[in-house]
Design a protein around this ligand. Structure first.
Ligand SMILES: Nc1ncnc2c1ncn2[C@@H]1O[C@H](COP(=O)(O)OP(=O)(O)O)[C@@H](O)[C@H]1O
Ligand SMILES: [Mg+2]
Length: 414
């Protein structure tokens, strides 16, 4: 099915674009992998989209791809910029969006498809001339490398994978890849964006901590106090929700709190021992009895947990047991060992797989708020909140030895 594009008129000045600074260098480059890195609002995404459009016009039959980690994320971001800013009115009349194939179709036979890594079939079964990945830090290096292999349509005289990123931790794979010379990383600045206003600057000036360093100053900075920053990679550890097999054992972990946040997390463990967090309640000012009822409601129809590991408070444990009918075991909580256990689980092993995962909707519901409060991007922090504590408790145990070891207080953080 063909859908016309939004044909509302653009700004009175009409469509005009001129790349500056790093954007201009990116336009001129024919390197196979080019990434624009820099603070927010320097024109990175716009520059890449403009190049994609330019090449679609210039090379008839060219196949371009606009891609993010999820297809859904494109709708409200790069696709809006493309349709409202990149395409002139005349182009908006000339192009169609093919809803079946999810692609913009040019009169000269070129196409720009839109997709996400959540639809690998579409991405990997085709060949492309140019791929643009906004927010490329969302991808794993494996995703990125898979894309480079699919760049072989050869309608354009060169094949190119373009990305744009706000800086992340200094150990991020994309930064290391550019340091190895595999990817050309160009550093974009606010001076490159003629549309950047004083108000835009004031918004960024108001940022603090690592947000300021990354989004205002464009630095690949580590989040202070974020213990898992080196290991934590949302592209690896955040996973799409899935139907958890009934046979996988479930473990609940509780850290009591009233004035400090209470946190409960439910994990399921697969046959390889990997843990998946699939429920979480993170709240202040709630009574244990109410929370217990809520947990029972949320987990209705699920298998009974194999173990419920709790912070030690005897009264809270007793209240919880009374309202759920479940027994609990006290957690074994040496902090350093717990942190090491989490780090070990987060680190990918020889097979490229980590062994601790966070199902996505849970993550976004709770953690983003939590990390905004802590002024860090979504990175668990040590000792600062209950979520992190419960995560440590879960990760320091292994299925076969869970109950006995927590009972006799022998940690298993291997
Ligand atoms: N060279 C340019 N000329 C005019 N407007 C621009 C230019 N570069 C960027 N912009 C505008 O600035 C805004 C921010 O650009 P964007 O590409 O989204 O920034 P970033 O991806 O770096 O956060 C957008 O509205 C974009 O259209
Ligand atoms: Mg952008």
């Amino acid at each position: 099915m063909i859908a016309p594009l939004d044909r509302r008129p653009s700004s009175p000045a009409g469509h005009f674009y001129q790349p500056y600074g790093a954007a201009l260098s990116m336009w001129k480059s024919r390197r196979r992998e080019v990434v624009l890195a820099g603070p927010a609002n320097t024109g990175k995404t716009r520059a890449n989209l403009e190049k994609l459009h330019l090449c679609a016009k210039k090379y008839p039959g060219m196949r371009g791809l606009l891609l993010r980690k999820t297809r859904k994320a494109l709708t409200q971001s790069a696709m809006v910029t493309y349709e409202r800013k990149v395409l002139s009115e005349a182009w908006r009349h000339a192009l169609h969006f093919n809803t079946h194939d999810q692609q913009y179709e040019y009169p000269n036979g070129s196409i720009i498809a839109v997709s996400g890594m959540d639809d690998p079939q579409k991405v990997m079964s085709s060949e492309w001339d140019m791929i643009h990945v906004p927010e490329a830090t969302e991808l794993t290096e494996g995703d990125w490398q898979a894309l480079t292999i699919r760049l072989r349509n050869h309608v354009m005289p060169y094949q190119q994978l373009l990305g744009d990123v706000n800086p992340g931790p200094p150990t991020h794979w994309l930064k290391l890849r550019s340091e190895r010379g595999a990817t050309l990383m160009l550093h974009s600045r606010h001076a490159d964006n003629p549309a950047f206003t004083q108000e835009d600057g004031e918004v960024l000036d108001a940022l603090t901590g690592v947000w300021r360093k990354r989004y205002r100053d464009g630095m690949w900075a580590a989040a202070e106090g974020a213990v898992y920053e080196n290991e934590w990679d949302p592209a690896i550890h955040r996973v799409y929700r899935f139907d958890i097999p009934w046979q996988w054992p479930r473990y609940w972990v509780c850290d009591w709190g009233f004035r400090n946040p209470f946190c409960w997390q439910a994990y399921a463990q697969d046959y390889d021992g990997s843990l998946y967090r699939y429920h979480e309640i993170y709240r202040t000012g709630a009574l244990v009895e109410d929370l217990a009822k809520e947990m029972m409601a949320v987990t209705a129809g699920e298998p009974r947990p194999s173990a419920i590991i709790c912070d030690h408070d005897a009264e809270d444990r007793a209240t919880f047991e009374r309202h759920t009918g479940y027994d609990t075991v006290p957690a074994y909580k040496p902090i350093t060992m717990g942190i090491q256990a989490v780090q070990k689980r987060l680190r990918p092993k020889g097979n490229g797989r980590a062994s601790l995962f966070f199902c996505m909707t849970v993550w976004w519901a709770s953690r983003t708020l939590n990390s905004f409060a802590n002024n860090t991007p979504c990175v668990p922090r040590a000792n600062l909140n209950a979520t992190n504590g419960t995560c440590r408790m879960a990760a320091s145990s292994r299925r076969s030895r869970w109950i006995s070891t927590t009972m006799d207080s022998t940690v298993l953080g291997t």
